[in-house]
Design a protein around this ligand. Structure first.
Ligand code: AMP
Length: 212
């Protein structure tokens, strides 16, 4: 199964992506997580992208495409994957198409999670994430004990780009300008599945299963 998932920040891509990955036994590959891990480990890539990521801008297509190509070539991605946060614009979607053609693979579906802007803003501001395993929480639904992850015991924190209102607005603006047009791109190919992203996590997941 080869899937991409997109939607505005705070639409639930990370949460649903992990569930999809579990159900279909494929890796959930989130480019945002790869960049954040690189920043945290202060690697060469991390130093290159730190400022861009923390201000809510997009990393260059060249760098991102190279990174995805490398990641999809790893062993755990041979029989499928879910891409979360990539492609982010038409240029990246075309690069993914070329990559699939080279490997004689096909995309099964492009899922778009649709959530109104006032809901996403609230979700992002309250979002907290485990610094170890990436599990998502919200200030209204925290881990059971004192901001340690229920899953792995890691520290649950706020992402720097979620703490900065200006950066959030920038990311949403970039989404509507650059990423939302991918709906048309994938609709033309007959791959687009629109998912209502409002409701409980289980409700949204059931809609995803039906759509796939
Ligand atoms: P996300 O976790 O998907 O919201 O991504 C966090 C940040 O990582 C974005 O605001 C960008 O700076 C960067 N990023 C993630 N995915 C991409 C991508 N496909 N292209 C360019 N930049 C990206």
């Amino acid at each position: 199964m080869r899937l991409v998932i997109f939607g505005p920040q705070g639409a639930g891509k990370g949460t649903q992506g992990k569930r999809i990955a579990e159900k279909w036994h494929i890796p959930a590959i989130a480019t945002g997580d790869i960049f954040r891990d690189a920043i945290a480990s202060e690697s060469k890539l991390g130093r290159e992208v730190k400022e861009i990521v923390e201000s809510g801008q997009l990393v260059t297509d060249e760098l991102t495409i190279e990174l995805v190509k490398e990641r999809l070539g790893q062993e755990d991605a041979v029989s499928g994957w879910l891409l979360d946060g990539f492609p982010r614009n038409t240029e990246q979607a075309q690069a993914l198409d070329r990559l699939l053609t080279e490997e004689e693979g096909e995309l099964d579906a492009a899922l778009v999670l649709e959530v109104p802007e006032e809901v996403t803003m609230k979700r992002i501001m309250g979002r907290r994430v485990c610094s170890e395993c990436g599990r998502n929480y919200h200030v209204d639904a925290p881990p059971q004990s004192d901001w340690s992850c229920d899953n792995c015991g890691g520290e649950v924190v706020q992402r720097p780009d979620d703490a900065d209102e200006e950066a959030i607005r920038q990311r949403l603006k970039t989404y509507y300008e650059e990423t939302e047009p991918l709906g048309e791109f994938y609709d033309d190919k007959g791959l687009l599945r629109r998912i209502v992203g409002v409701g409980s996590q289980n409700e949204v997941f059931q809609r995803i299963i039906s759509a796939i």
